[in-house]
Design a protein around this ligand. Structure first.
Ligand code: C5P
Length: 240
């Protein structure tokens, strides 16, 4: 990955669009990629995505679609149709538990909708095992199975903890996208996340994108917190 800045995705896990806007302004010139997840999307809908696109930001829409194939395909098409100035979302998530048919339907819908509307097709990534889950037996095996499912369905990659990132990179090659949440810079609280990692460790293990919520969103100085993470990413890229 060459665009270091875009390796950091800040999760706009806040209650209102106004709060999200304040955060985006506070991070102006530092962070250019933001995640809109179920909290903000439920509160403010596609308006949150349109706002970010208008501001020239990249949007990761993390709604973890999991439903019957037809419904998920329609939801993916709807997500891609949220556009501003010829740009749409850069990435969105689907749940591996939806199965192969659902994932294939999503991949097909994404290609069709992007082509029909003339936007770049977003990356489609699959949730393997949530980073808040620690008790499942044999997580690495489950993660690899779900990576294989994603690849088989023609998707771009997965969301996985850095604990599995090195294994995924080895098995699925350099073009398979790995997105890692559960990032905790030294000294920050884990919250409900169990399989946490530092920004540097995630990069060294082979993650392409790091998703960071509370360590930035709840920091007394979000800009300083983001800068510190970016510095760590930079150092790790130099050494890995
Ligand atoms: O606040 P924190 O840094 O833990 O936020 C992590 C973000 O990444 C949350 O928005 C959460 O929904 C998301 N996420 C996750 N685990 C996954 C997929 C997404 O924590 N497997």
């Amino acid at each position: 990955m060459t665009v270091l800045k875009s390796q950091l995705i800040v999760a706009l896990d806040v209650a209102t669009l106004d709060e999200a806007k304040r955060l985006v302004r506070a991070l102006e010139g530092i962070v250019d990629t933001f995640k809109v997840g179920s909290q903000l999307f439920t509160a403010s809908g596609p308006e949150a995505v349109r706002y970010l696109l208008k501001e020239g930001k990249q949007v990761f829409l993390d709604l973890k679609f999991h439903d019957i194939p037809h419904t998920v395909a329609s939801a993916v098409a709807a997500a891609i149709s949220i556009q501003e100035g010829g740009r749409g979302i850069m990435m969105c998530t689907l749940h591996a538990l939806g199965g192969l048919e659902m994932l294939e339907a999503a991949a097909q819908a994404a290609r069709k909708e992007a082509q029909a509307t003339g936007v770049k097709r977003p990356l489609l990534v699959v949730i393997t095992v949530l980073t808040s889950e620690a008790k499942k037996d044999n997580i690495p095996r489950l993660v690899l199975e779900r990576c294989a499912l994603a690849k088989h369905a023609g998707l771009d990659g997965v969301v996985a903890s850095s604990q599995e990132a090195a294994l995924i990179r080895r098995e699925f090659g350099k073009d398979f996208v790995i997105v890692t949440p559960g990032i905790r810079p030294k000294g920050s609280a884990a919250g409900d996340q169990k399989r946490v990692t530092t920004p540097a460790d995630a990069i060294v293990k082979g993650s392409d994108f790091l998703v960071v919520g509370r360590p930035v969103v709840e920091a007394p100085d979000p800009a300083a917190a983001a800068k510190q993470i970016l510095e760590e990413i930079k150092q790790a890229n130099l050494t890995s």
